[in-house]
Design a protein around this ligand. Structure first.
Ligand code: IPD
Ligand code: CA
Ligand code: CA
Length: 276
């Protein structure tokens, strides 16, 4: 294992253990619309930042809860100390720690740790992706109609989000959509083949830094809806097993361009028809 991974992996586990010590007994406050934050988010970020600063004092840091260090450094750490805070705050056990590292704008290493399942996903550029030390690969599903797909909805400015149209369109063309509430885990699940694809709009660098590298190293593809290359500042993400990329991006483009959008059914008419 490289020295980078041997630093990141135990760090993600340590932060995950800290999250678990608060899980089920934590109060939350609001930092936006329905954007929650807990003491666990803050303590986990403080722990991760402290460890990084000790080991790599010159590296840049960008953490969701406000940590910033060494702007302009060639190396930048993107930290989501608790991805899935809404789940966490409600006692719903789907959340993780996400830590990603870039060097000169290139993704080099990352880890996503789910402490509820004790699952550690990690990847290093050029060396593949792993789950608990075993190599993982994206799925082989080659038909969108047989795909299990994930998406998410933003916690800030949710009234401005049109994703429900995309949700409706894609759910009619796949085995279904899951909305787990943790973007980093969604990406990790594409990497290990549990999901065949995932898309989301309005994400932040700490949501995607580690997960995008995982998907790429597991043989998948990550771009924007119009196939623009993914960069850390990209806010939209389409991540697939590669084979499904043309099909899924085409369908998402159709919605953007107002082509072939299915009308939402009239619920009362459907319910009436089916019960009579
Ligand atoms: C959120 C989760 C969620 C996604 C939101 C993110 P947070 O992150 O990843 O799945 O839909 O866009 O903001 O706030 O729990 O770290
Ligand atoms: Ca997040
Ligand atoms: Ca977070």
């Amino acid at each position: 294992m490289s020295s980078l991974l041997s630093f990141i992996q135990p760090l993600a586990r340590e932060a995950g253990a800290l999250l678990m010590s608060h899980f089920g007994k934590v109060e939350y406050t609001y930092k936006g619309d329905v954007d929650l934050v807990t003491v666990a988010d803050k303590q986990a970020e403080a722990l991760i930042v402290e460890r990084i600063k000790k080991q790599f004092p010159d590296h840049g840091i960008m953490g969701e809860e406000g940590a910033r260090a060494n702007a302009g450094s060639e190396y930048v750490w993107y930290i989501d100390p608790l991805d899935g805070t809404t789940n966490f705050a409600h006692g719903y056990p789907v959340f993780c720690v996400s830590i990603g590292l870039e060097h000169k704008g290139k993704r080099v290493a990352g880890a996503i740790y789910d402490p509820t399942r004790d699952e550690l996903f990690s990847a290093e550029a050029g060396h593949g992706a792993e789950l608990d030390g075993k190599r993982i690969h994206v799925s082989k599903t080659d038909n969108l109609g047989e795909a299990l797909v994930a998406t998410g909805f933003p916690t800030k400015k949710r009234h401005k989000n049109p994703n429900i149209h995309f949700y409706h369109h894609i759910t009619m063309r796949t085995h279904g959509i899951r909305r787990g509430g943790s973007a980093a885990l969604d990406l990790a699940y594409v990497a290990c083949g549990r999901y065949d694809a995932y898309w989301e709009f309005i994400l932040n660098p700490w949501d995607t830094a580690a997960g995008v590298l995982l998907v790429e190293e597991a043989g998948g593809k990550v771009t924007g809806v119009y196939n623009t290359p993914f960069e850390i500042v990209s806010r939209e993400v389409v991540a697939t097993n590669g084979v499904l990329h043309p099909g899924l991006t085409k369908e998402l483009q159709n919605v953007f361009e107002n082509k072939s959008i299915d009308d939402l059914p009239d619920l009362r008419a459907v319910a009436f028809k089916e019960s009579h």
